[in-house]
Design a protein around this ligand. Structure first.
Ligand code: HEM
Ligand SMILES: *[C@@H]1O[C@H](CO)[C@@H](O)[C@H](O)[C@H]1NC(C)=O
Ligand SMILES: *[C@@H]1O[C@H](CO)[C@@H](O)[C@H](O)[C@H]1NC(C)=O
Length: 498
């Protein structure tokens, strides 16, 4: 611990640049001359930085300016008005340099999430258009999801039958399904559970998730230091050898697609459409940004952004429903009435207001991306009248918005009814509810995520009763910090409903 602290001082010291607070900088705590405020953050909340930032905001106001290290302004934004303003400000559409993120994209500025400008716009537009055609937003992927759901349900049934008390371990179980669906969209095939290739994909994905330290990965170590000093890379958690198996897995799949000649015939999946574009641009545009490395980086990021977040959302919804048996029963009654003996489909969705409200409420109570993804100022700009210098890292506290007592009565209470009209027949869409962000950097997978989250949670609750394990503490709502906030593994008594 002491060692790490000294090392941090040393490394941060390397980035010294004389700075003073610019004119009209947002108010905020000062910290130490060299280190800024970073060492004190945990005194506000030892566990969760987004909670710490919220508490600091209660003292200084909705827009807080701090320095982490001598030259890195961090702007923490809480409160709906300020967050919304910032998300719609295009000057804040940048992303900070996050060393750990670069580790996933061959050390180059590739992918979607941490790139900016022309490159970002072109790749994002392409990805959105084609992922939508392939079923991101539409129902064509629904059959794949239904099949996957069938396998998951069989899995859970088996585990439940094997245990005399019907206790099932629900750790990581949803992620397996979500990964399989993502893979089907990207590579056109959904694996059987026992396929060795699927086991390889799961292992590679798991390793990738361990390849970056979510806290230290933000320490602003300059790129040249990272490049030359292995210990610096390891300190912030870049372990490229953990990412390689995933990259290799994807490369083999791309090679397979290439051999099947994507130029002829219809594109079956995302890799096909991307290869088609690559081939087209190779002839016309020598400086094309559609490259093999970019395709791998994009797929890596889609997995990074999509797998954990969606499965965490399903997990948290189940946990909330275990803790609130009454809500679970109400949801089951609605599902039985509307869907009869069938599983819920996307067509049922608009006729299931209570179910929808439960899903929204779980997302409100358990934000899995509490800071969105960090933004940065591409030029000097303003939030709520304060000057935000170019290069500032801007943290938009979605959790603070979703938990703000100004808009949500008793924000810490799980109460699906708050999203319904008085007689419970209609969902009310609140302006203060945007777990996927807003504006041009908004989540690129929101429709896929929403569909998956709905189909899985609704079907599981229709099929099973989830109850707490006797004589054990209730499954915890305290999130586990990672790339996003995940649920802690938990067990439940799971019984099929007849
Ligand atoms: C319930 C699940 C999910 C939640 C709550 C969520 C939430 C978010 C949020 C808050 C952001 C940041 C917005 C910003 O920076 O202002 C984001 C970005 C992003 N998400 Fe999601 N997400 C989810 C699932 C997914 C899925 C399934 C995918 C893709 C397969 C995905 C892909 C992305 C990408 C690529 C970005 C970066 C977009 C950019 O920088 O232009 N997400 N997401
Ligand atoms: C490719 O990316 C570079 C930045 O890396 C950008 O300057 C250029 O405009 C992009 N090309 C296209 C066609 O968008
Ligand atoms: C469930 O168990 C049955 C018999 O015990 C077995 O045949 C089947 O393969 C199992 N299914 C899964 C998904 O594990």
């Amino acid at each position: 611990m002491i060692f790490e602290f000294c090392l941090t001082i040393f490394l941060v010291g390397l980035t010294i640049k004389a700075t003073k607070r610019p004119h009209n900088f947002p108010p905020g705590p000062r910290g130490l001359p060299l280190l800024g405020y970073l060492p004190f953050l945990s005194s506000w909340d030892p566990q969760y930085p987004h909670k710490a930032m919220k508490k600091i905001s209660e003292v200084y106001g909705p827009v807080v300016g701090m320095y982490f290290g001598p030259s890195k302004p961090i702007i923490s934004v809480c409160g709906h008005e300020a967050v919304k303003e910032a998300l719609h400000n295009e000057d804040l559409d940048g992303r900070p340099y996050i060393p750990a993120a670069l580790g996933r994209t061959f050390g180059e500025h590739l992918g979607l999430m941490f790139v900016m400008g022309q490159f970002w716009q072109e790749q994002r537009r392409f990805a959105m258009r084609h992922l939508r055609d392939l079923g991101f937003g539409k129902t064509s992927i629904e059959d794949q999801m239904t099949d996957e759901l069938g396998d998951l349900i069989k899995d859970i049934e088996n585990e439940s039958e094997l245990d005399p008390e019907r206790i099932v371990d629900l750790k990581g179980i949803f992620q397996v399904s979500v990964i399989n669906i993502l893979w089907a969209i990207i590579a056109g095939e959904r694996f059987q559970r026992n396929d060795p290739k699927f086991q390889e994909l799961l292992r590679a994905n798991e390793m990738m998730f361990r390849a970056g330290n979510p806290v230290r990965g933000n320490i602003p170590i300059p790129a040249f230091v990272l490049k030359h000093f292995r210990f610096a890379r390891e300190f912030i958690g870049i372990k490229s050898e953990l990412i390689k198996p995933f990259q290799k897995f994807v490369q083999v799949t791309i090679d397979d697609h290439q051999q099947q000649n994507p130029c002829e015939g219809e594109a079956r999946d995302f890799i096909d459409v991307y290869l088609k574009e690559m081939n087209k641009q190779k002839d016309e545009n020598p400086s094309t940004n559609f490259t093999n490395k970019q395709l791998i980086s994009m797929i890596t990021e889609l997995f990074g952004a999509g797998a954990e977040s969606t499965s965490s959302s399903i997990g948290f919804a189940i946990i909330h429903l275990i803790r609130d048996q009454q809500a679970q029963q109400k949801m089951q009654i609605e599902l039985d009435q509307v869907c009869g003996q069938f599983f819920p489909t996307l067509n049922h969705r608009s006729s299931l207001p209570y179910t929808e409200a439960v899903l929204m409420e779980a997302q409100r109570c358990s934000t899995i991306a509490p800071f969105a993804v960090p933004h940065s100022a591409v030029k000097d700009t303003h939030i709520q009248g304060y000057t935000i210098p170019k290069g500032s890292v801007v943290l938009l506290n979605l959790d603070a918005v979703l938990q703000d007592s100004k808009y949500w009565k008793d924000p810490e209470v799980f109460r699906p009814e708050r999203h319904l009209n008085e007689d419970g027949t209609k969902v009310i869409k609140s302006d203060h509810f945007y777990p996927f962000g807003l504006g041009r950097r908004m989540c690129l997978g929101d429709s896929l995520a929403k569909n998956t989250y709905f189909l899985f949670t609704a079907a599981l609750i229709k099929k099973f009763r989830f109850e707490p394990v006797e004589n054990e503490p209730l499954p915890s709502l305290n999130p586990k910090i990672g790339f996003t906030l995940g649920y802690q593994g938990f067990k439940a008594v799971v019984t099929p409903r007849s």
